[in-house]
Design a protein around this ligand. Structure first.
Ligand SMILES: Cc1ncc(COP(=O)(O)O)c(C=O)c1O
Length: 398
């Protein structure tokens, strides 16, 4: 039996939409991207959604909005030490310095009790990550942000469908950034999206994704990114070539949006199946907790069913790599549970951190792994996974 890490469901409607789009010749950012954005905003219960080329762009552009509000290029953004490397890269791409905080071992997320220690005059934002769809402690984070007047950008790349104290993840901070990459619950193959309830942020995001182009013709106040100013020559300048801020080039195209629209059509079905898979795996994994831990769903939350994480415990008489090799050899596709960005990721060496500064993130970096919980996995796959781990433990624990 094989348990692949991810899957993709492309609906019949998406396929026929792709044909229509190709026949029309209008394939770059247009009406289907706008439809996808509107439906994504509705689903997450936000008023605005801006679709982009990737989740990394979503993180970076959400932060880059802060330059319109006086942030300087050497200001700081607080992020958890443990995440997919894109979180740290995005901070640097937006022109800020990432300041790292260790994570909690049981939630995998930023430890709020350590945030205030690293706040400085240069801190502009906190970017918590809801790793593996498990909500970060948003009450504590928002309280600190309000006290220090910081913006909160939720990295919700892995948290589609997650809920924290009755609120959808992604609606608690000022903006939320999602990945729409293949392994994610809503996918456009490659893609990302920022949601917000702030219309001004959304306007700036639309400008940023399009080279920093002016949001509106100043004379007739037509939005240049969703319909050109028809009188642009009368108004003296071709508005399409007025660039008001340092921009990026990361628009979503119509074909990606068509895949995303199909993904939204299937959302309920996909999320229910994935939540069933995740919660079943969590429950059945309980018996292994002495040697291999996982996350748990608490009363006040719903985990967004992104993947199933595992952490090999100190007392286990085997290593993460032995477990990974055994699972891989038996057809179960695994991924490491990321690394401590500042101390286990060579790309961040220039920031000058040393191993040992982020002990929990580093422990997970050395001992964590995750597997898929996607909609194509059945009860038989879950049985097979649990049996395979059981056999592995029989071989290694006497
Ligand atoms: C936590 C986190 N942030 C950001 C990203 C970046 O998303 P993308 O791969 O779409 O650029 C990912 C990717 O999966 C992620 O897991």
């Amino acid at each position: 039996m094989k348990i692949p890490f991810g899957t993709i469901s492309i609906t019949k409607q998406s396929r026929s939409l792709i044909d229509t789009i190709l026949d029309s010749g209008r394939v770059s950012n247009g009406k289907y991207v706008r439809e996808f954005e509107q439906r994504f905003a509705k689903l997450t219960e936000t008023t605005e959604a801006v679709a982009l080329s990737s989740g990394t762009d979503a993180d970076a552009l959400a932060l880059a909005v802060l330059h319109d509000f006086g942030a300087s290029r050497d200001d700081e953004v607080i992020v958890p030490a443990l995440s997919f490397v894109a979180t740290g890269n995005a901070v640097l791409q937006a022109g800020f310095k990432p300041v790292f905080v260790d994570v909690e071992r049981d939630t995998l997320n930023i430890d709020p009790t350590q945030i205030e220690k690293v706040i400085s005059k240069k801190t502009r934002a906190i970017m918590p990550v809801h790793l593996m769809g498990k909500p970060a402690k948003m009450d504590e984070i928002m309280k600190i942000a309000q006290k220090h007047k910081l913006v909160v950008v939720e990295d919700a790349a892995e948290a589609h469908g997650a809920v924290y104290k009755g609120k959808n993840i992604g609606t608690i901070g000022d903006m939320a950034a999602y990945s729409l990459y293949l392994a994610h619950i809503i996918t456009t193959i490659e893609g990302g999206i920022v949601t917000t309830n702030n219309e001004e942020f959304a306007e700036i995001l639309r400008s940023l994704r399009c080279h920093g182009r002016a949001c509106k013709c100043k004379v007739c106040v037509v939005n240049t990114n969703s319909g050109n100013c028809k009188k642009r020559f009368e108004h003296g300048r071709d508005i399409r070539f007025v660039f008001e801020r340092v921009g990026y080039s990361c628009k979503m195209n119509e074909i990606e949006a068509a895949v995303g629209i199909g993904s939204l059509d299937m959302y309920k079905e996909i999320i229910n199946k994935r939540r069933y898979n995740l919660l079943t795996m969590i429950e059945r994994f309980g018996k292994f907790s002495e040697y291999i831990a996982t996350i748990h769903e608490e009363k006040q939350e719903k985990i967004g069913p992104h993947a199933f994480p595992m952490i090999v415990q100190e007392k286990a008489p085997f290593s993460r790599d032995q477990l990974t090799n055994y699972l891989d050899k038996n057809g179960i596709d695994t991924r490491d549970l990321f690394v401590s960005m500042p101390t286990q990721c060579p790309g961040f060496n220039f920031l000058g951190h040393t191993l040992g500064e982020f002990p929990i993130a580093e422990y997970i970096g050395n001992n964590g792994l995750h597997i898929g919980v996607h909609q194509d996995l059945s009860d038989e796959h879950i049985d097979y996974f649990i049996d395979t781990v059981e056999k592995f433990l029989e071989l290694h624990v006497n």
